[in-house]
Write a protein that binds this ligand. Structure first.
Ligand SMILES: Cc1cc2nc3c(=O)[nH]c(=O)nc-3n(C[C@H](O)[C@H](O)[C@H](O)COP(=O)(O)OP(=O)(O)OC[C@H]3O[C@@H](n4cnc5c(N)ncnc54)[C@H](O)[C@@H]3O)c2cc1C
Length: 388
């Protein structure tokens, strides 16, 4: 039912122009922006609505290592490999971009865990994932800038891996989205799905606007379970607290992504590094409004762990750090597709959303515009939680 105090708009069809379906995408992170861009590219009329600024959620503070390393379900592995493939295509179009690089990855575990590292390598080899087991002394032949004596018994080199900086990717995609006629609405406040006759008809925003549409996409990151709960749909949440530290610029030969027992390190645009890990999760405090704090000693300890890895006279110092929830569904697997309970409302909520960003947007657009269910998303339907 229309609210007289709500200003009515129609997704992408203010004056009736533009062929195709009208879609409202909620969420200005990589999943929402990629989905909106693919939809607009594929002929839909799209409005992207987000609570605050673009990239103000997890996508603005992500390590964004592009990978399918380690063990996971075959379906999730296949989706991630397809995700890396789409980044390869983007990379090939312009290999000079500072925010998207493919210079490999290096992994090792704590001392005494040789068997764990070897098992991971065997699993990767069995899945056709490019994986090489190397002794610490051989690390410099594969990865520059890392002290061999920092590496424990054995390491895994994954030459096909890369990294992306998501705020720059989001800027790149939004440029294409708006050139094709897509509309971006930032600082809209919290959006809610409008349901009429059991079907999603659009959204209302916190700033009291209404956007009518034929389909709605919820890509709200860690807030997704709360947004779908308003529709009576349960999607379990396992989103942990997290932190990303960005260092001051420094001269270093490190180009690979390093995953080590106390710190993960990736190069960052502007000759800096981005650092994260999980050991300090319990030391992050979250206020009722969702804002987070951490003792600066934790930041210093993370930076010190990175400094212990690097060759030469390189000393990293923290320039900034950001805290917040990392979107992770309760069972650790992605959640993609139309809600069985609310036709016309699609959900995209996933861990490793950097690796999946491009492929998720492409396949969500395919499902919304064709009405067909893509086989690669079949294992990840939201209704699996209703059947649990
Ligand atoms: C520290 C860290 C390290 C990571 N490392 C990796 C990695 O190495 N590799 C990898 O692949 N992935 C990694 N990830 C995960 C990846 O970054 C995320 O999965 C991805 O950024 C999530 O994107 P998103 O668009 O789903 O969510 P977000 O980027 O959080 O965006 C959600 C947006 O929705 C908006 N929003 C929420 N609710 C509403 C509402 N009701 N109305 C309107 N707007 C709303 C928010 O304001 C936000 O802008 C990491 C994440 C973190 C935090």
């Amino acid at each position: 039912m229309a609210d007289e105090n709500v200003l009515h708009e129609s997704a992408g069809k203010r004056s009736g122009e533009g062929p195709g379906k009208r879609v409202v995408v909620v969420g200005g992170g990589i999943i929402g922006v990629s989905t909106a861009t693919h939809l607009q590219r594929d002929g839909a009329s799209v409005v992207l609505v987000t609570e605050g600024e673009l990239a103000d959620g997890a996508s603005g503070r992500s390590l964004s290592w592009l990978n399918s390393a380690g063990a996971r379900s075959d379906a999730y592995h296949a989706l991630r490999v397809a995700g890396i493939d789409r980044y390869r295509t983007l990379f090939a179009a312009d290999p000079s971009r500072e925010w998207l690089r493919f210079d490999g990855g290096l992994y090792w575990a704590s001392a005494g865990q040789r068997e764990k590292v070897e098992r991971r390598h065997r699993h990767e080899v069995a899945h056709g994932y490019d994986s090489r087991l190397v002794a610490p002394s051989a690390v410099p032949e594969h990865v520059a800038g890392v002290r061999p004596d920092a590496v424990t018994e054995v390491a895994v080199v994954n030459p096909g891996e890369g990294w992306v900086s998501l705020p720059e990717l989001i800027g790149h995609l939004v440029g294409e989205f708006t050139r094709h006629g897509g509309e971006v609405v930032t600082h809209a406040g919290k959006a809610r799905v409008v349901v009429d006759g059991g079907t999603a008809r659009g959204v209302t925003t916190g700033d009291r606007r209404r956007f009518d549409a034929d389909a709605v996409v919820l890509a709200c990151g860690a807030a997704t379970p709360a947004v779908v709960a308003e529709l009576g749909v349960t999607v379990p949440d396992g989103s942990p607290l997290s932190m990303l530290v960005v260092t001051e610029p420094v001269e270093s030969g490190v180009t690979a992504v390093l995953n080590t027992p106390r710190v993960a390190v990736r190069p960052h645009p502007g000759q800096a590094f981005a650092l994260d890990h999980s050991w300090y999760e319990s030391q992050i405090d979250e206020a009722p409004d969702g804002s987070c704090t951490v003792d600066e000693a934790v930041v210093k300890e993370l930076v010190a762990a990175a400094n212990a890895l690097l060759t030469g006279n390189v000393t990293l110092t923290a320039a900034s750090w950001k805290l917040g929830r990392k979107p992770v569904p309760g069972d650790g697997e992605p959640v993609f597709g139309e809600l069985a309970q609310v036709p016309g409302c699609f959900v995209a909520f996933t861990h490793s959303g950097a690796t999946l960003g491009l492929i998720a947007g492409e396949l969500m657009s395919y499902e919304i515009l064709t009405g067909a269910r893509h086989p690669m998303l079949e294992p990840f339907r939201p209704e699996r939680f209703q059947h649990a």
